[in-house]
Design a protein around this ligand. Structure first.
Ligand code: CMC
Length: 429
């Protein structure tokens, strides 16, 4: 029995609910036996008050605006670490030693190429397909190309699948991009680091030499780091739910990509930049603020608000600094989109509606400005989010598979449909 417990009085009976204490964050009422004992369900659409699993990977303090990967604050990792090291940290729980780092980097680098036959798979898509549509299909198809790493009960296969996914997702995202613009696929180059390799696969062409700017690849790497994991968000929960049935990891990550695509989640980075462009000039901001506040208008300020953060999203702070740096580096002065973003942020943060609802800029607010400055079209913003988040998804999936408490995810419902009724023949209706 847990040290603390709560009492529930229901229909003259009393039930004791154990209280579980995390290392950080609010206590958790353990209701696992409630239905068996009291014949009631709990009701929590959107899981606003429900912890769906135990996890040691990522912690968010939404009130303080803090995000930690395995205990390390995101600001420190963004400033001092690199994405591949962050991948190791998320997967294995500790920062690597120099030898472990070297070995891990080698393993990831040696898996960056995709099966040559996958090129044909890409060619089946329409060129004007959204790269996220292509990615959902191609990543799902990985289970058809790499079936030697689909047995979820084999620890070694799980490990190989994790490395393959982390290594190949940039290649797949870059191929989706190249395919959409009608350029030849660019093979990965193992002498480039993870972010530089991705930029090279996106922007180099056979006709001329392309050298990756180290400062840009550092900025790209930071974007990957900031998106690497975010505890039990919608796409991660999707991956866990898909995986809880024993589905193979490639299928689960494809499910995560599908969920991420929505504009309330990872699709917000594309939607945000499109909104900033639509606003266009600072003088039009009040019109859009008014629309965001109008209950009869479905419009929301994209890149604002978060289920967990009720204070600044710490990723947005780093992203804002990065946007200034990258634009400076590229010699882009007076970028109108950045001007609109900064002014919009200022006005919104002083507005009673946004203050009262604790709506702050989230990670998607500034990322699009950086990606656009680097030369990416808006349609590539969410694929970049997806490739960055793959490590988080796979770390969470591995944690779940290794958890002895793992059960198939199977929520119940509050049924409000018709009472039992008898079928009426078509002729009698
Ligand atoms: N603009 C205007 N009003 C908003 C916004 C917004 N961006 N976000 C929330 N609100 C209002 C909302 O209408 C509601 O008002 P009321 O209490 O009067 O009904 C209140 O604030 C609470 O919002 P909610 O929709 O109940 O909150 P949620 O936790 O269900 O949704 C969210 C969180 C992120 C889906 C939502 O804030 C949103 O749609 N934001 C815009 C899309 C976006 O930027 N998404 C990226 C999230 S961060 C990266 C990621 O997760 O992928």
């Amino acid at each position: 029995m847990a040290e603390k417990s709560a009492k529930l009085l229901l229909n003259d009976a009393e039930y004791e609910l154990p209280i579980l204490s995390p290392t950080q964050g609010p206590d958790v009422l353990d209701i696992r036996k409630l239905y068996g004992q009291a014949d009631v369900f709990t009701y929590d659409p959107g899981f606003t008050s429900t912890a769906s699993c135990e996890s040691t990977i990522t912690f968010i303090d939404g009130d303080k605006g803090e995000l930690w990967y395995r205990g390390y604050p995101i600001e420190q990792l963004a400033a001092k670490s690199c994405y591949v090291e962050v991948c190791y940290l998320l997967l294995y729980g500790e920062l690597p030693s120099p030898t472990q780092m070297e070995d891990f980097r080698n393993r990831v680098t040696r898996h960056t190429m995709v099966h040559e036959q996958m090129h044909n798979f890409f060619r089946g898509f329409r060129r004007d397909a959204h790269p996220m549509a292509t990615m959902v299909g191609v990543v799902g198809a990985m289970s058809a190309f790499y079936h030697d790493s689909t047995d979820v009960n084999d620890e070694w296969q799980r490990e190989v699948a994790a490395i393959r996914l982390i290594a190949k997702l940039p290649t797949i995202a870059a191929m989706a991009y190249k395919y959409s613009i009608g350029q030849p696929f660019v093979y990965p180059q193992n002498d480039l680091d993870y972010a530089a390799n991705f930029l090279n696969m996106c922007f180099s062409v056979p006709a001329e030499k392309y050298t990756v700017d180290p400062a840009l690849s550092r900025a790209m790497d930071r974007i990957f780091t900031l998106h690497a994991d975010h505890e039990q968000n919608a796409s991660t929960s999707t991956v866990r739910l898909a995986g809880s049935s024993g589905a193979n990891p490639f299928a689960c990550i494809a499910a995560g990509i599908a969920c991420l695509w929505g504009p309330a989640h990872g699709g917000a980075n594309q939607a945000c930049l499109e909104m900033l462009r639509e606003i266009g000039t600072v003088d039009r901001i009040p019109e859009f603020i008014a629309r965001a506040k109008d209950k009869s208008d479905p419009f929301k300020l994209m890149g604002f608000g978060h289920r967990v953060y009720k204070n600044f999203d710490p990723r947005a702070k780093v992203m804002k600094e990065s946007a200034d740096e990258v634009l400076d580096l590229l010699g882009i002065k007076d970028n109108p989109t950045l001007q609109v973003a900064k002014e919009l942020e200022k006005i919104a943060l002083e507005d009673e509606y946004f203050i009262e609802k604790k709506l702050y800029p989230n990670v998607d607010f500034y990322s699009g400005i950086i990606l656009e400055a680097m030369g990416f079209p808006t349609s590539m913003f969410t694929p970049i989010f997806a490739l960055s988040r793959t490590v988080g998804w796979i770390a969470q999936w591995k944690e779940m598979i290794g958890d002895p408490q793992n059960k198939i995810g199977r929520p119940r419902q509050l049924y409000v449909g018709a009472e039992r009724r008898d079928y009426v023949d078509l002729t009698a209706r």
